[in-house]
Design a protein around this ligand. Structure first.
Ligand code: 6PG
Length: 245
């Protein structure tokens, strides 16, 4: 399916658009009395969304009891480490909006990576509804994008179609990571990329205009088989695209 591309004037507008989508998801969950299984992305981009969700008008408009939160990846560091994706979300969102503890399914960055990757896969299998191929089918997966085309912690030449979780190392920092794999990402009902900043412009252009070799980048392999793919960009990240339109 072709991706839906949303170009927002700035990252505040991008965050507001996604915060509005969270409200809609909460209303739908309440009406249908159904849980929502979400995998949050790592990195710094989502922080503005978390902080917006933790303030009015969103604070009182979302019933977090319906949301079960997972992560697309985690750095192998303790939760109180500056690099922890869980730590970023916990400070900016989970604690302020009081997400129930039983709804938080974090990857323990301070556990043995191999053991934790296997445990996290079991936790997904235990909580997230499976598709016909037995793959956890998230309602909504958020992804960021690295300038090298990585997403989650799937790096070029190190992305995998095996199992549901994988252990990776950041090519520059060599930091160990635990990540969802492409089969889980591509099984989702909805995948939303959140990408801001001029430094992502070239890779965004390569992937979204399917320039030669785009499919070699892990982010270029994200294409939900039976779901919606959204790219939420600010004008800085979408600049070339806009010029092309
Ligand atoms: C991580 C991520 C990674 C991130 C991108 C973008 O744990 O680092 O999940 O895929 O989303 O590197 O990071 P920024 O949002 O900081 O640019």
């Amino acid at each position: 399916m072709k991706p839906k591309i949303f170009i927002h004037n700035n990252k505040e507008a991008l965050a507001r658009s996604l915060a509005d989508a969270f409200v809609q998801a909460s209303i739908q969950a309440m009406v249908q009395r159904q849980r929502i299984h979400i995998a949050l992305s790592g990195g710094s981009t989502p922080t503005i969304l978390y902080e917006m969700l933790a303030k009015e008008p969103y604070l009182g408009a979302i019933d977090w009891r319906y949301f079960h939160l997972f992560w697309g990846d985690e750095r192998c560091v303790p939760a109180d480490h500056i690099d922890s994706n869980f730590g970023v979300a916990d400070r900016a969102l989970l604690k302020p909006v009081q997400v129930p503890g039983r709804n938080i399914h974090r990857i323990s960055g301070d556990a043995d990576p191999k053991t934790e990757a296997q445990r996290y896969a079991r936790e997904m299998l235990a909580h997230v509804p499976l598709n016909n191929d037995g793959i956890p089918r998230f309602d909504w997966i958020f992804l960021g994008l690295g300038a090298d085309g990585h997403t989650a912690s799937l790096f070029p030449n190190n992305d995998t179609f095996d199992s549901f979780t994988t252990i990776a190392r950041h090519p520059q920092s060599n930091q160990k990571r635990i990540s969802l794999t492409l089969p889980v990402i591509n099984a989702a009902k909805k995948v939303s990329f959140m990408v801001t900043g001029e430094n992502k412009r070239d890779i965004v252009d390569t992937i979204l205009r399917q320039r030669s070799g785009f499919e070699n980048y892990p982010a270029g392999k994200v294409n939900p088989a039976d779901g919606v793919l959204e790219w939420h960009l600010d004008t800085a990240a979408a600049n070339i695209l806009q010029a092309a339109v």
